[in-house]
Design a protein around this ligand. Structure first.
Ligand code: GDD
Length: 409
């Protein structure tokens, strides 16, 4: 048997995702019309002999309750949310629920970060992992040398694929091969985390010998049950014939900011073309709105036939889109209303927001800069004919004059 664990973090982790994380925990923010965490979960379906999926985080349980029960019945695989009482780090969180994870006595454990967007080639990884015969296999990808320092950089043997060297977010360039945050392990991983615990405990005991060190420990050293997968485990185990790499040639992105969620929404919509074409909207502008490229429209949304939608648009539940509206490259969240002839491009429109007639909400579409897209928080009103460009608007604001490159607090 195999189990999968998805690390979903908690409210203190998603701060770069504001103002959208005020309303919804980041893992449940919709990409291509489905919660972010839904994409790795549905990829798990293709793992042979999958017994259970666990989401581990320190968000409130009730925030995940509805999603977890609906996805369990949809997939016919138990999906459970396990709440940590405090953050334990990416490996510490896994260890904290060891007994539950090992309940079915799995031979392999997948571990996935929830905030990555890729094709999750999980069965291929498992096959490669079995061939290599180590304790763990990491999904890796080549990125540009400039962006590599945002991730874990690593060196792998070109023939055996063994992980030879690993440095988390290094200051000086190591390699353009990086850690994708997707792993498969044997249960041996728990012994390794246990060893790190013991090591942290020894260090703590040592420090209590001198009061100076005791203060240092109390203020600087993390709790002994806090274990990071990257620094505490991958780095020391590199080059010991225990960890191997599997390189993906497909797409991969990390989702830390709202702008990246817009980019990843496009990647998942494009994937629907060949994985679940039934989820994509189609329309010719006669009975249904004119649809261009990859578009998701929730069945409860009402879109006027004279509106033109796409590419890369996802429209959530109960949204109303009036006549003559033009939407491209945007995410429109639940209960928003877009009135006649409004225009939205490179933007995220928050829950219950209202765009008046002839309003324009747009960004230039640079996903890497802070104001590259426009973001409206929950219940923002943009009055008729008002233009909002490259701006972030916090919840409950009413805009009656046009703004550009501004953060409206
Ligand atoms: N449950 C739980 N508890 N989850 C956590 C905790 C914790 O204490 N800390 C982090 N996570 C989750 C995050 O939500 C995320 O899904 C994942 O674990 C990794 O988060 P971080 O440890 O903050 O690392 P990162 O996202 O900056 O970088 C990691 O992922 C990159 C790929 O996206 C590193 O492993 C990099 O090397 C890697 O390139």
């Amino acid at each position: 048997k195999v189990v999968a664990v998805i690390m979903v973090g908690g409210p203190t982790k998603g701060t770069r995702f504001r103002p959208l994380s005020f309303n919804t925990p980041k893992p449940l923010f919709p990409l291509a019309g489905q919660p972010m965490v839904h994409h790795p979960i549905s990829a798990c379906k293709s793992i042979p002999n999958l017994a259970q999926i666990f989401l581990i985080g320190f968000h409130e349980e009730r925030e995940f309750a509805l999603y977890v029960s609906s996805i369990s019945s949809e997939l016919k695989i138990p999906v459970r949310y396990l709440k940590e009482d405090k953050p334990h780090g990416s490996a510490g969180g896994l260890y904290y629920f060891k007994d539950l994870i090992m309940e079915d006595n799995p031979s392999h454990i997948f571990l996935l970060n929830c905030d990555v967007c890729c094709s999750f080639p999980l069965p291929e990884m498992l096959d490669a992992h079995k061939r290599y015969g180590g304790m763990g296999t990491l999904l890796v990808i080549k990125v540009s040398a400039e962006s590599a320092s945002e991730f874990g950089e690593l060196v792998a043997d070109s023939v055996t694929k063994e992980l030879l060297h690993y440095t988390e977010k290094p200051e000086t360039f190591v390699s353009d091969l990086i850690n994708c945050g997707v792993y498969v392990f044997t249960p041996e991983i728990f012994n390794v985390i246990q060893d790190i615990h013991t090591h942290h405990e020894d260090r703590a005991n040592l420090h209590t010998l001198s009061s100076y060190d005791a203060i240092r420990f109390a203020t600087k050293t993390p709790a002994k049950d806090f274990v990071r997968l990257d620094q505490d485990i991958l780095s020391p185990l590199a080059g010991k014939k225990q960890l191997y790499t599997y390189e993906t040639m497909d797409f991969w992105e990390q989702i830390k900011t709202p702008a990246m969620s817009l980019k990843c929404s496009a990647l998942y919509l494009a994937q629907f073309r060949y994985k679940s074409p039934g989820l994509l909207a189609s329309g010719d502008g006669i009975k249904n709105p004119m649809v261009v490229g990859d578009v998701y429209i929730h069945p409860s949304a009402k879109v006027h036939p004279t509106a033109k939608i796409g590419p890369n648009v996802s429209i959530s539940a109960n949204v109303r889109v009036a006549a003559g509206v033009r939407l491209m490259s945007c995410i429109i969240l639940d209960d928003a209303e877009i009135q006649e002839n409004a225009f939205v491009m490179n933007a995220i429109v928050g829950w219950k927001s209202l765009l008046g007639k002839w309003a324009r909400v747009q960004g230039e579409g640079d996903y890497k800069t802070k104001l590259g897209i426009t973001i409206l928080g929950e219940a923002v009103t943009v009055e008729d004919e008002v233009v909002v460009v490259n701006s972030i608007v916090l919840p409950n604001k009413i805009l009656n004059i046009s703004v550009q490159e501004e953060i409206i607090l």
